[in-house]
Design a protein around this ligand. Structure first.
Ligand code: ADP
Ligand code: MG
Length: 263
């Protein structure tokens, strides 16, 4: 069980007159074992904030902690702790090496555990991870091109889980998928979250998706969080005008994924 905490985090892109603050003074805690949503329109800084937690972008100020321990710095401890946070991106086509069998991609990711694996242990683990995302372990030797977009996204989730993370940051993981398979991926994420007690930061511009998946939510605008709270109360009674605007942009806030199967 792990709590992810951003404290006063700011990120600047560029230098001098061209500098731009993409993330401004963000305070955000994702409670252990919960799914916290981050919504906001394109360019509001969601992906930038996500990137800071895995070391892809260095914050200009502030701290990021896992259970109180720093994960930003260059120390061995910070780097080790950072591996407990895994990021899943929007585009499952770009995320997998087209020349590498999917099992090999997943096997490579088991290195992040820092343990030594025998060949047989590793291949058993790859089969287990594929099964967790409902893909037959016998498909480990297939290239990404043999899979649909939804299946590829499930494979990238398996690869993230190979690192045995405590925290998953899901950055628009269904945005590139057909609506018909979005529900499958969201249901899988919910299922894995419950099974593994993962702490999840779930990023999306789609409020219906956020409502389906998240316990709590923060609304981001121009690098700042303008509103946070329980998903139901933020979405049913938004206090911030910007949240109301976002809500007005989607005509019906139903629960379109309820009928989805887990496959
Ligand atoms: N690598 C980068 N270099 C310079 N500016 C960037 C970079 N990545 C994002 N930005 C800018 O930072 C702001 C936030 O972008 P981003 O974090 O991608 O927002 P979101 O994920 O909410 O769409 C935008 O103005 C974007 O143009
Ligand atoms: Mg983004």
């Amino acid at each position: 069980m792990t709590t992810l905490e951003f404290a006063d985090v700011s990120v600047r892109y560029g230098h001098g007159a061209g500098a731009h603050l993409a993330v401004r003074d963000i305070d955000l805690t994702v409670a252990s074992g919960r799914v916290h949503g981050l919504v906001g329109e394109s360019g509001s800084g969601k992906s930038t904030l996500a990137a800071t937690a895995v070391g892809l972008v260095r914050p200009a100020t502030g701290a990021i902690r896992l259970d109180g321990a720093d994960i930003v710095g260059g120390s061995a401890a910070a780097r080790r702790a950072r591996r407990r946070v895994q990021l899943v991106f929007q585009d499952p086509y770009a995320a997998l090496d087209p020349r590498m069998p999917v099992g090999a991609s997943i096997a490579e990711a088991t290195r992040a555990t820092g343990r030594r694996w025998s060949r047989s242990e590793r291949s058993r683990r790859v089969g287990e991870l594929l099964a967790m995302v409902h893909i037959g372990p016998d498909r480990a030797g297939d290239l990404p091109s043999a899979f649909s977009g939804g299946q590829r996204q499930r494979i990238t989730i398996a690869r993230a889980l190979a690192a045995e993370p405590d925290v998953i940051i899901a950055d628009e993981i269904t945005s590139a998928l057909d609506v018909s398979v979005q529900g499958v991926v969201l249901n899988l994420l919910r299922e894995l979250q419950a099974e593994l007690a993962l702490t999840i930061l779930f990023i999306s511009h789609n409020l219906a998706v956020v409502r389906y998946v998240c316990d709590t939510v923060s609304v981001m605008r121009d690098g700042r969080i303008v509103e946070s709270g329980a998903t139901e109360s933020v979405l049913s009674a938004p206090r911030d005008p910007y949240t109301r605007e976002l809500l007005a942009a989607i005509p019906v806030l139903g629960e379109p994924f309820d009928g989805g199967t887990t496959r």
